[in-house]
Design a binder for this molecule. Structure first.
Ligand code: ATP
Length: 275
């Protein structure tokens, strides 16, 4: 089986405060996931099936995975995460079986969030693919069947993520399936500032925040247009390393941050470079 025999079901440890700059998205997701769980009886009474899928789309490294994990841990839900390509197998029928198995596991672990990263790899629009003798159609159909089995799969919420929403078959985006699309864009300056604060609070060398005043973080946020959250994480990690090397040199730290921010290719930055 290409699918790990036991994909890890866990409650992650990511908190809302670890996610920077996505406040309104967090609010929207919370309502979507928690509302139907808390008010299941009302939905039933009025014959409504709650929304059970959301698609997060946007550039890489913008916090889609982080958000899904925070959602699970803050709401006390199990979390089952899989990358689309992991479910695909060269053997006839096995990819569909993997999808079935994944949803079986999710049902058994309910209440549970299933996170599908790289969803586009499973759901390419019909007609856009060539020469796969119907395998992609069977995979997509299986996914549709599972998404439609929504009433059966109690308290299972599905979060999909993709960088290519145009590469998802529209059938998967219909009501009752991934019927809410949320764009996670590259962060603007204010969001970058929030992300930096969130990241630095996490670091074991939390004294780094002591080194750096809020104004330094504001400065860095201003200097980093086009950086994703993951890029900012890279900046923080690299600069922490440099800070550790130069502890005691005091105001050298800020220069290091400046040099880092001026180069997006963090791997090229060396100590000499900063001197
Ligand atoms: P991909 O599309 O490549 O899967 P993604 O959007 O799922 O990317 P994440 O894996 O969530 O991105 O982000 C990678 C890392 O970058 C996170 O673990 C975190 O350290 C940092 N990061 C990204 N966005 C944020 C954010 N909004 N707040 C705090 N940290 C962030």
């Amino acid at each position: 089986f290409s699918l790990r025999e036991n994909p890890v079901i866990e409650i992650p440890h990511v908190r809302w405060k670890d996610v920077g700059g996505l406040e309104s998205t967090i609010q929207e997701l919370r309502e979507m996931v928690l509302f139907p769980i808390r008010h299941a009886d009302k939905f039933k009474q009025f014959g409504m099936s709650p929304s059970t899928g959301v698609l997060l789309y946007g550039p890489p490294g913008t916090g889609k995975t982080l958000l899904a994990k925070a959602m699970a841990s803050e709401c006390g839900l199990n979390f089952l995460s899989v990358k689309g390509p992991e479910l695909l197998s060269m053997w006839f029928g096995e990819s569909e079986a993997n999808i079935r198995k994944l949803f079986d596991q999710a049902r058994a672990a309910a209440p549970c969030i299933v996170f599908f990263d790289e969803l586009d790899s499973l759901a390419k629009p019909r007609g856009s693919r060539m020469g796969d003798s119907g395998a992609s159609d069977r995979v997509l159909n299986q996914l549709l069947v599972e998404m439609d089995g929504i009433n059966a799969r109690k308290n299972v919420f599905v979060i999909g993520a993709t960088n290519r929403p145009d590469q998802i078959d529209p059938a998967l985006l219909r009501p009752g399936r991934f019927d809410r699309l949320i764009h996670i864009a590259l962060p603007d300056e204010a969001a970058r500032f929030s992300i930096l604060k969130a990241i630095l609070r996490l670091r074991p060398g939390a004294s780094l925040t002591g080194f750096l005043a809020e104004t330094d973080l504001q400065w860095l946020a201003r200097k980093t247009p086009g950086f994703s959250g993951a890029d900012l994480m890279g900046v923080c990690r690299r600069s922490l390393e440099l800070c550790i090397q130069s502890l005691g040199e005091g105001n050298g730290v800020k220069r290091q941050w400046q040099a880092i921010a001026h180069s997006k290719d963090l791997s090229t930055i060396t100590r000499e470079h900063l001197e």
